[in-house]
Design a protein around this ligand. Sequence first.
Ligand code: MCN
Length: 802
Amino acid sequence: ATRGVELDADDADGDTGDTYTGSREKRREDVALLTGRAEYTDDHEPPGTVSLAFVRSEHGHADLKEIDTSTAEAMDGVIGVYTWNDLEASPSPGRLPLSGLEGDIPAHPVLATDRVRYHGQPIAAVVAEDRYRARDGVAAVDVEYEPLEAVVDPQDAATDPNAPQLFAEAPDNVATSAELGDADATDRAFDAADRTVEIDLTNNRLIPSALEPRAAIAEFDPDEGFTVTMTSQSPHGHRRKLAHTLGVREGEIRVISPHVGGGFGHKGHHHPGEAMAAWCARDLDRPVKWTATRSENYLEGAHGRDHRTTAALAVDHDGSIRGLRAETYANVGGYGLGVGASMPARYGRLLASQYAIDAIRCETHTVFTNTAPIHSYRGAGRPEAIYVTERLVDVAADELGIDPVELRQRNLIPSGAFPYETPVGATYDSGDYEPAMERALEAIGYDDRRDRSGTTWDSSGEDVENGAIDDGRLRGVGIANYVESTGGGFESGLVRVLPDGDVEVYAGTHSHGQGHETTYAQLVADALSLPIERIHVSEGDTEAIPTGTGTFGSRSTIVGGNAVVTSAEKVLSKVRRIAAAELEVDPERVVYDGGAFTVSGTDGSEAATASARGDEVSFAAVAEAAYGRGLPDDLEPGLEATTFYELDGTAYTFGTHACIVAVDPATGDVELERYLAVDDCGERVNPTIVEGQVHGGVAQGIAQARYEQVAYDDDGTLLTDAMDSYGVPRAADLPQIETDATVTPSPLNELGVKGIGEAGTIAAPPAVVNAVCDALDVAHIDMPLTEERVWRAVSEERGDVN
Ligand code: MCN
C-alpha cells in the first residue's frame, strides 16, 4: 500500500505500454515465492544427509588452552568432531582467502587456531546424524580459554596506546590506511574559506537481517568433485573462494544457489560455515548440511558499517562550499573479509555527494577489533560517505543561518558539467540534480514546512495559531541529496534459442529478491520482439552459467542486463541471416516485426517473388532451421550467444529524499509523518520493481537511523544476538514511503540504466537525522535516534539535563 506512487501521472513514472522495458510487468518469481513452491537451500536433503554445527567462542578475545572433544565424540549419533588440528593435517589450506589486506596478516581460519578474536568465532565442528544431536555434541565440547583484554571500538583500537593488539603484523590494529584527495589543496581551501564547520559522528554498526539465514549443503564424489548448494549472491565468486580454502581446482566444485531469501550483502562473502560443510563432506563421504540459526547469523554472518568520523566543511558566508575533510576509522572486525579493506575507495570517493567542492581530503583507517568481521551491508561505504556530507551541509546551514536547501542548491554540480570529476577521483557519468530536488521540495511542501520547523504544528500542516490542533510535538523537515556509484566489474549473459523458439537466458548475477527473472525477461523479450512468456531466465548454477560475478553493488541491471541484451542482439543478427535464407533475399531486406520476418519493399526481384508468395517466416521456424534444415552453408548450427559485458566507467544514480518528523519532547518518540524519495536511476526497466527496491532500501535506512544498533560489551560479547535485542523495525514502525523519479539516462550503456538497489539505504539516514535535528534545533545526534537519545537531546537543549 503506497500512498502517492503516481505523484505525477503524465511523467516517466507511468507504464510506457508499447515495450516490456519500462512497463510495470508483474514479478514472475512471486507466485512460487508466495505459494511456498520456491525451494531454498535448507529444503534440499539428499539421502544420507548429516548435520553440521559449530562450537563458537564465548569470548571476544582469548587464547585457546585446550579443546576436549572426547565426550562429544562418544555421543550417540555424533559422527565427527573437528578442530583446527584436523584441518591443518589435511591437504586443505583451511583459511578464507581474499582478505584483501596488504602484508602478512593471517587470513581467517575456518576453525580457530590457538586464539579467538571475536565472540562467535568457530572453534570446533560437530557432525551428527541430525541437527539436534549435532547441537548436543556442540554442548559437550569443553573449551578452556584464557581470556584476553578486548577492544571493540575502531578508533580506540587504533589510537589508544594501551589497546590490545590483535595481530603482531598489524601495528595499532590498523589493517590499511589510505588517503584520497589533495592535502595541500584542501588546506588552502580551508585557509581561504570564511569559516569551518565540524562534526564528529558515528555510523552505527548494523547486521543484515535477511529472512533466510546462511545455509549450505555439500556433497562430495571422488570422480565428480564437490557440489555445494548454498545461499549465495555470487555463485562463481563462492566457487573460487571455496576452491582456495579446500585446496582444489575451481573445476572440481559446482556451486548451486537456489532461491535465496534475501542477502543485503552478507551472502556475498566467504564464510566458515559453507567451507567447513564441504570439507566435512569429503572427509565423511556423506552430504553435510549446515544451516545457521538466527543468533549464529547475528554472531558472525558478517556485519556492516561501524565508522567513527571527524569531518569538517570549509564554507564562505554566502554558503559556497570550498573544502571538505574527513578522517574515518572503519571497523574491519576480528579478521579481514575483503570489503573492509576496500572501504577507502568505496567510501571516500563518494564524499562530494552532489556538490562542486574545490578540494576534498579523506583519510580512512580500516581497523581490526574484537568484533565479528565486517563485510558489506547494502550500500557498503556509500551510506557512510553520504551521511557525513549531508550532515555537514545541514550543520553548516545552521551555523551560517542559510536555509539548508538553499545551501545545497547553491553548490550543486550544474547539469552541464557532466561527466564530472570530483576531487576524490570519482567521475560522475551523468546527472541533473536540480529537477529531482525540485520535485521533492514541491511534493513535500518544503517552504511551508520549513517555516514551521522547531514549532508545534499539527500533522495537517495547518497553522497552530490559526486554530489547528497543537499536539505539542516538534516538527522538522530533513532533506538529503545523494549519489550512488553503480555497475562495477564484468558480467556474463547467455541467450539460447531452443528449436521451438523458446528462449533461455542465463546470467552470472544471482537475484535474491531483486526480481531479475522479470526484468531480464523484459529486456530480452524486447530485444528479440517476442512475447515475454517465451523467455525463461536462470541464475545460480556455476555448471549451467558462464563464469560470472554476482549480485551486489547495484550492478546487475547495468552489467548483467546489458550482457543479456547484447547476447540477444547477437542471436537476432544470426536469426536474420537464417530468415533471409528462408525468404531467399538479402539479410538487409528482411523486416522483423511481431515475431515474424517479412521482406521489405516490392521493387527488387527477390522481394517481389517472396511477397508474391506471401512469404513470412516466424521466429520459431527460423529457430528450428538454426538446428538443421535450411541453414545457410556459412553458418554453424545452433542459436545462442554469450557476452561478457563490462562498463567503461561507473554510473552514478542520484536523487533527493525528504522527510517530515514529529517529535514528542516529553518521551523522545519520533514519528515519520512523511517520507518521500525521488530517485534517478536512468531508464527504468520496471518502475514497480524500482519502487520496491527503493521501499526496501528506505526501510533499512530508516532502521539504521532510528532502531538498529549492534552492541558489544567491553569484553567483546555481542549483546544483540537475536531479534528481541537487535531492533529490526516492524512494518508498523515504518511510514508510508512515497516515490517519484526523474530519468537521466547513463551515457555509459545502451540501455541508459543505472542501479537502484542501494539508493534507499544511502539517502534515508541523513534525511531522517536532518529532520530530527531540525525539529529539535540541535546540531547532531548519533544514530540510532532512540527515544532516550532524542529525549536527552531535547532536555539538554532546554537545559533540563546537565
Ligand atoms: N531495475 C530497473 N531499472 C533500473 C535499475 C534497476 O528496473 N534502472 C531493477 C532491476 O532490473 C532489478 C532491481 O531493480 O530487478 C535491482 O537492480 P539493481 O539496481 O541492478 O541491483 P541488483 O539487482 O544488482 O541488486 C543488488 C542490490 C544490493 S547491492 C543489495 S545489498 C540488495 C538489493 O539490491 N539486497 C536485496 N535489493 C535487495 N532486495 C531484496 N528483496 N533482497 C535483498 O537482499
